[in-house]
Design a protein around this ligand. Structure first.
Ligand code: NAP
Ligand code: BGC
Ligand code: ZN
Length: 362
């Protein structure tokens, strides 16, 4: 079967021919429909994040997938069921993440809380991903989705990351009546825009989204169509948001630009919370640590990191995706490529928001 992979030492994905995976006992075989590409995939290709499956000289990419159960193989799933796979698997399994021994995090169904070394991530770190005609998985890592999600279901995984981030943020504000009015998403990439659409539905009175683009730009169009205000970081740095606009009750960082993490503290209103999702490389810069420490304490601010998600977040994401207006998903999925068009699929450009590789249609 065809798969999209990066070969060890290489920095460009190509189509390779690999054996179709055989489901082990207790696993189903899934036919891949679509796989989305995000900023993390580009980091993986550039060897800035993740790593190859042990003993393999290539890594199949892709962690945002939707597929259809081709062979339930005696599991509780049914042939023809549409599913979205989760990303993390126990370490110690084969190159596809199968057969690893569940540790305490997986036993608690909280693999997203596992520390480094206690998981592999399919398509990202230590296991092959879903950019192939077929993949196998245990049903506990496959989330059923409605048939209507054949084209958009690959968005469930990134949305689930934000469901978790929102849960963590709300939990950190749970000792008082937190009624956030103002919220900003830092970053107008696909994760940022999906999250902005979630904020629009979340009772915020005023929403903002930060980018660094000139108009005309398709992401600025989406931001404004969602009813949010576009903020250009070249004119308004994050720590100047209170002066230029207002203090933010909620900040969601999805740029991967490390200074934004500390600038978020200044952008927050008293009792506000910031949640960081970007994954930057090393970056040294000077900060007044004493002042930031004081801000945290005297203004009851919180700054949290959040990575990955677990099954209930995927289930919440299914409802969120179902509630998005059709124009929004139509507008953010800007490019659909066949696997053979792999070179074009992994190009970057301001005309692109979400790019997807289509292996098959339902
Ligand atoms: P992406 O496509 O790289 O998007 C990042 C966006 O941030 C881009 O649109 C970029 O603008 C913008 N940006 C970067 N620096 C900026 C600055 N200084 N000022 C204003 N805008 C800036 O990535 P993505 O797929 O949306 O994901 C966002 C980040 O979250 C990535 O770091 C990704 O690895 C991470 N992520 C984390 C999780 C998690 O579970 N924690 C889940 C998914 C993704 P331009 O396009 O104009 O350059
Ligand atoms: C994926 C998450 C993953 C994270 C860190 C994100 O792009 O969506 O599932 O945990 O990267 O590798
Ligand atoms: Zn991702």
């Amino acid at each position: 079967m065809r798969a999209i992979a990066v070969e060890r030492g290489g920095d460009e994905p190509t189509v390779i021919e690999v054996d179709e995976p055989e489901p082990a006992d207790g696993e189903a075989l899934v036919r891949t429909l679509r796989v989305g590409i995000d900023g993390t995939d580009h980091e993986v290709i550039q060897s800035n994040h993740g790593g190859y499956p042990e003993g393999e000289d290539y890594q199949i990419l892709g962690h945002e997938a939707v597929g259809v159960v081709e062979d339930a193989n005696g599991t509780e799933l049914e042939d023809g069921q549409l599913v979205v796979p989760t990303v993390r698997r126990p370490p110690g399994g084969d190159a596809h993440g199968s057969g690893g021994e569940p540790n305490e995090y997986f036993e608690r169904d909280e693999p997203d809380m596992a520390p480094d070394g206690a998981y592999v991530e399919r398509g990202i770190a230590g296991a092959h991903g879903y950019m192939a005609e077929y993949f196998t998985s245990e049903p506990r890592y496959l989330v059923p989705v409605p048939d209507a999600f054949a084209a958009t279901g690959f968005l469930v995984e990134p949305i689930s990351n934000s469901e978790k981030a929102f849960d963590l943020a709300a939990a950190s504000r749970s000792t008082f009546e937190w009624t956030p009015d103002s919220g900003i998403v830092l970053g107008n990439g696909p994760l940022g825009l999906l999250t902005l659409a979630m904020l629009e539905d979340g009772g915020f009175e005023r929403t903002y989204c930060l980018g660094r683009r000139d108009r005309p730009d398709p992401t600025i169009d989406v931001i404004e169509e969602l009813g949010a205000t576009y903020v250009d970081s070249r004119e308004t740095p994050v720590d100047e948001l209170p002066a230029a606009h207002e203090q933010m009750d909620f900040v969601y960082e999805a740029t991967g630009y490390a200074p934004h993490a500390v600038e978020t503290i200044d952008a927050l209103a008293p009792n506000g919370v910031g949640v960081l999702l970007g994954i930057p490389g090393d970056w040294e810069f000077e900060i007044d640590g004493g002042r930031l420490h004081r801000e945290f304490v005297l203004e009851n601010k919180a700054l949290l990191g959040s990575v990955n998600s677990h099954v209930p977040h995927f289930e919440a994401a299914v409802d969120t995706l179902a509630g998005f207006p059709e124009w929004f998903t139509d507008e953010i999925v800007t490019h659909v490529f066949e696997p053979e068009d792999v070179d074009r699929a992994f190009e970057t450009g301001d005309d692109r928001i979400k790019v997807v590789v289509e292996f098959d249609e339902l």
